[in-house]
Unconditional design. Structure first.
Ligand SMILES: Cc1cc2nc3c(=O)[nH]c(=O)nc-3n(C[C@H](O)[C@H](O)[C@H](O)COP(=O)(O)OP(=O)(O)OC[C@H]3O[C@@H](n4cnc5c(N)ncnc54)[C@H](O)[C@@H]3O)c2cc1C
Ligand code: SF4
Lengths: 278, 751
């Protein structure tokens, strides 16, 4: 395996594809390489290429979660989502760009079951063990999106600048389909460079997890108040970060037998989040 | 004279009768209760600096010249048959130096019965490439239907042993007569030991002697396992474990990795390391199996227990043993009529292994929750209910206890229990607070055979020599304290040499809370033997009567005023040394040696989100004399933290269709983090057991984890009225129990 250290976005983009993958902090990628969930002959290090740091409303995709959680310029929802994610060690390596693109934690997927998301024909979690899984958008793949910051950024209405285009965070994510099992709309070789995060009047992120720290969200709720209203987004409830208009949207959830509790869990979190920003 | 005696030996609740030789030592009186010069005083670990500096060498650090690294091919299925196993590609590859299958090693099988069971193994000279070599093994698997449901196994009679039946008195009649009967079904989950150091061994042939470096709780057990399996003279096997990164019961024998390393070492003529990855550790090295407990208790309206009944299903796994889940029900209370029925279901799941008070942790959860449900029905104070049913004598075996101070533990629990009104009053918003308690009973008396030597050199320094192991509990420190106390030496003049079967006498297993009560008395006896010799020498040299002399403060002191530094006395011998020998005497005949205690937990529950925070646990235990209060405190803290994980977040999950283990990594299997740890208040009674050995000490490794789950769950009930009956108390279980409590309340409310 070789490591490339390109010095321009163009060089990095050109080096990607064909058995090479982008490496940021490596906290998700390296374990997946070890477990052979990703195979790569070449790692393309993004350090020199992807901006790092905060400038006004813009966040470099190479900024670590540890840097974001203490930056007073950053809206509270994102700061709190970062602070409640992973562990201090992981946050000081893990970048926000990598966080948005981290792979699912579904245990079947991580153990390489030939499931729908891996290109197979069925979702093993649906009939199997799925207490950590989804209550929305879970018809084909019932995985729960693991990113706390993604839910916060979705509630904040963040926009993403890539090496090719600019798009809203909601457009970055897509539910997997028969024809395309990806959960992001990123094209091969496309890099996330920056995020633009509008300043809300108030925002908050609340997270329920299996222990006090260092666990993925069972349910995470982000709320952000803007002049034209409050935006809500949830982590851990669908294969991608999930927007809701209000608590009543939970009535349309399609939980599995083992995830019904997440609907119950989301209600008070949504109420508290709304209460806190209004 | 050597004395041959027949004695009862207990490890983790399993009793065997055996012959042991005890040295005819002049009876040594117990020290008076209370702290002494060194014993009973808080002492930091004697090996603390070595550990902190990374100088302590664990099995994981052993690197022998020419050493190869093994990788194990494990069954990807819960049940399968290997139609064809072909090692030829592996054997032909020049970079693969060893390849073995079931023909070469009994720890490998062609008919795996659980996900992760070893089938074949390879050895290569770079650790990075070992797994790669596994791809050169060609296997034709036939996947078979696994049996995973314990109740189904009971129906099909797929059991490890005949169902165990126990009855005393007449339970049916007593239930019929009872004023109140409560019943409930409790479930506990499968949890994993997860010691920091995974199972590992390095094996090397040195001529006709086999050297085994291993992370183990019992170097002599490893020796015996190997001798028996490979038909080798035990003395040609040297087992070494100097520092050890934890076991919690899962490392009591040689285990598959040792046999794999030996077979590969024999095949290649090179030393071989077989070290499990964290995921392999969490697949194949044992667990605390899940249980189903259907329990019933009958009482008179004054709270007197008249009948107890339990049906226990232990989901043992493919191998292992059916643990004493019934133990607390039969032993904890003075109830005349008790009936239990226990099944050990044989399933296509990874085998269980002893895990810190096996059976009793699970059984105490069920029984002690049921007792609180009974207290609720009787409107009796739970502490009062327990005191009222205190057993003055062991009813299971009809014997007196060697010592029991449980009522004193209850008394000491009162101030913690009395805080509950104040704790409840701190409830606010969705956060409800409450207090719960649970009693603890467990073994922990240790026993013979266990031997130690104490050597004193001309420099006036002593070394304790015994082939025991320190599994991380602070044994080295406790043994040094005991020897220092007996020899009247400052602690820094005593060293402990352990961890090598060829450098010291036979020593106890470090399991079943038996290390201190087994080894401590032997060490004291050895030190006393050495001290006696020093005094005899001094008496002759200085023309004094022996009875006037004692060893104190590094000196030989005469009661008529004179004193001589120890090194002056031993210096007479130049390079010769004094060697004292000591043996563990038998346990008191006709008595039950047990440990007792109680824990009181404060919890806060968010009744909307089901979040549970354990805020404080007070642990009061009666384990006889405490050698090192600091080490003891850390044992209690460790047990409680492990108990909090067991109660709230840990659970090994398998795919219900295939039996494949899903929670192999530490992000999926949720151990508690430091942020989950409550305030822990430790109170040890420190009352020597006057009948037990020359120390009066019992073990403490296991008692602290026994009542934790029940105390927390009882506190949850106190806070919220919800009956949690299944572990772990994850959000799903907590929200379910809260919903059920609300519905019950609604149904009970007048229309
Ligand atoms: C044990 C554990 C616990 C965790 N807990 C949480 C949690 O509670 N909440 C949470 O939100 N997260 C959690 N995480 C995820 C963690 O936050 C992410 O792993 C981390 O943020 C990823 O960042 P990275 O820079 O290390 O990404 P990498 O591992 O380097 O990359 C991840 C992926 O993104 C791609 N990539 C990275 N940067 C870019 C870019 N700029 N453009 C295009 N592609 C890119 C990589 O090619 C790769 O596919 C946890 C992770 C672990 C291992
Ligand atoms: S939830 Fe998605 S990732 Fe998990 S098994 Fe189902 S399809 Fe695969």
């Amino acid at each position: 395996m070789q490591l490339l250290r390109p010095e321009s976005v163009e060089a990095a983009a050109a080096a990607l594809g064909n058995g090479s993958v982008a490496l940021a902090g490596g906290t998700d990628l390296v374990p997946m390489l070890r477990d052979r969930l990703v195979s790569a002959e070449t790692l393309v290090e993004l350090k020199e290429v992807v901006p790092r740091g905060v400038e006004g409303t813009r966040i470099g995709a190479g900024t670590t979660l540890a840097e974001l959680e203490v930056d007073p310029e950053i809206p509270a929802a994102l700061r709190e989502a970062c602070a409640l994610a992973a562990s201090p060690q992981l946050r000081s390596m893990g970048t926000i760009g990598g966080n948005l693109l981290q792979a699912t934690r579904c245990w079947y997927w991580r153990l390489d079951f030939p499931c729908f998301l891996h290109g197979g024909s069925r979702c093993h979690a649906r009939e199997g063990a799925h207490r950590e899984h989804a209550i929305f958008g879970n018809e084909r793949c019932a995985s729960a999106h693991p990113s706390d910051p993604a839910a916060a950024l979705l509630a904040l209405g963040a926009r993403v600048r890539t090496s090719r285009r600019e798009l809203g965070l909601e457009e970055l994510y897509r539910l997997p389909t028969e024809d395309d099992r990806n959960v992001t709309a990123l094209e091969p070789g496309e890099l996330i460079l920056e995020l633009d995060v509008p300043r809300p009047e108030a925002s908050v992120y609340l997270k329920a997890m299996d222990r006090a720290r260092w666990a993925f969200p069972l349910v995470g709720v982000a709320a952000a108040r803007f002049a034209d209203g409050v935006r809500l987004a949830l982590a851990g409830v669908a294969p991608i970060p999930w927007r809701l208009d209000s608590e009543t949207d939970l009535d349309r959830a399609t939980p599995l037998p083992g995830t019904a509790y997440k609907v119950e869990l989301a209600r008070p979190l949504i109420r508290r989040a709304l209460h806190s920003v209004t | 004279m050597a004395r041959l005696i027949r004695t009862e030996k207990e490890v983790e609740g399993r009793y065997t009768e055996q012959w042991v030789v005890v040295e005819e030592d002049a009876a040594i009186d117990q020290w008076p209760a209370g702290p002494r010069e060194t014993v009973g005083r808080p002492v930091p670990r004697v090996d603390g600096y070595e550990r902190a500096r990374g100088q302590a060498l664990f099995t994981a650090d052993v690197a022998l010249p020419g050493m190869l690294h093994a990788a194990v091919l494990r069954s990807p299925y819960a049940r399968a048959r290997v139609r064809r196993l072909d090692l030829s590609r592996a054997r032909e590859a020049d970079w693969v130096l060893g390849a073995i299958g079931p023909d070469d090693c009994d720890a490998l099988t062609l008919e795996p019965g659980f996900h992760g069971e070893p089938v074949a193994a390879v050895a290569v000279d770079s650790p990075g490439r070992a797994r790669e070599a596994l791809e050169l093994i060609d296997v034709d698997w036939e996947e078979l239907e696994p049996l995973l449901d314990p109740e189904e196994a009971v129906r099909r009679n797929e059991l490890h042993e005949e169902p165990r039946r126990y009855e005393r008195g007449d339970a049916d009649a007593a239930f019929a007569d009872a004023d109140v009967v409560v019943e409930a079904e409790y479930r506990t989950q499968t949890v994993l030991h997860n010691p920091l150091e995974t199972h590992q061994s390095v094996c090397r042939w040195e001529g006709d002697t086999l050297e085994v470096y291993i992370s183990t709780q019992f170097i002599w057990g490893v020796r015996d396992d190997i001798a028996e399996s490979l038909d080798l003279p035990p003395d040609r096997i040297r087992v070494i474990c100097n520092f050890m990164g934890g076991g919690f019961g899962a490392k009591n024998g040689a285990h598959a990795q040792t046999f794999i390393a030996i077979a590969l070492a024999s095949q290649t003529g090179r030393p071989v390391r077989c070290a499990l990855s964290r995921r392999e550790e969490n697949l194949a090295t044992g667990n605390r199996n899940s249980t189903i407990q259907r329990l019933r208790a009958g009482a008179r309206s004054d709270g007197t227990l008249v009948a107890l009944e339990g049906e226990f299903v232990n989901a043992v796994g493919w191998k292992g043993w059916s643990g004493p889940t019934y133990g607390p029900m039969e032993m904890l209370y003075a109830c005349e009529n008790v009936r239990t029925l226990t099944y050990g279901a044989k399933l296509n799941l990874p085998p269980n292994a002893a895990f810190r008070a096996p059976g009793f942790v699970e059984g105490t959860f069920g029984l002690e929750c049921l007792l609180d449900e009974l207290a609720g029905r009787l409107e009796l104070d739970p502490l009062e209910l327990r005191a009222r049913n205190h057993a003055d004598r062991d009813l299971a075996d009809d014997r007196p206890y060697s010592s029991k101070n449980l009522l004193e533990c209850y008394r000491r629990a009162e101030p913690h229990w009395a805080r509950r009104d104040a704790v409840r009053a701190r409830s606010e918003g969705p956060w409800r607070r409450g207090v719960g308690l649970a009693s603890q009973i467990w073994y922990g008396g240790g026993g013979p055979p266990s031997y130690a030597w104490v050597r004193i050199g001309s420099d006036g320094r002593a070394t304790v020599i015994t082939a025991m192991q320190d599994i991380g509990t602070g044994t080295r420190t406790a043994m040094a304290q005991i020897a220092a106390e007996e020899l009247g030496l400052p602690l820094d003049r005593v060293r402990v040499s352990l961890g090598d079967s060829s450098r010291g006498p036979y020593a106890s297993i470090s399991a079943g809370s038996s290390t201190t009560p087994s080894m401590g008395p032997a060490v004291r006896a050895a030190a006393a033997d050495a001290a006696r010799q020093v005094i005899e020498i001094a008496a002759q040299r200085y023309h004094l009567e022996e009875r006037l002399l004692t060893m104190q403060g590094g000196k030989v002191v005469s009661s008529d005023g004179g004193s001589w530094p120890l090194e002056e006395v031993t210096g007479l011998l130049e390079d010769a040394q004094i060697l004292g020998k000591g043996a563990r005497g038998p346990n008191p005949t006709g008595m039950r040696v047990l440990t007792f205690g109680i824990q009181v937990a404060d919890v806060a529950v968010d009744v909307e989100t089901g979040e549970v925070r354990v805020e404080r646990i007070a642990a009061i235990h009666d384990v006889g004399r405490v050698i090192n209060p600091l080490g003891a405190q850390s044992q209690v803290e460790g047990g409680i933290i492990q108990g909090v994980g067991h109660t709230l977040s840990e659970e090994r999950l398998v795919d219900p269709a295939s039996g494949i283990v899903l929670t192999q990594s530490l992000d999926a299997y949720k151990l508690p983090t430091i942020a989950d740890v409550p305030e822990i208040v430790v109170e040890l009674l420190d009352i020597p057991d006057e009948h037990l050995t020359n120390l009066g000490s019992k073990g403490l490794g296991e008692p602290p984890i026994v009542p934790t789950a029940a105390a927390i769950v009882n506190a949850i009930r106190d806070a919220t009225g919800a009956d949690v009956r299944s572990l772990p108390v994850s959000r799903d279980e907590m929200l379910r129990a809260l919903r059920e409590a609300r519905e019950r309340e609604r149904a009970a409310a007048p229309a």
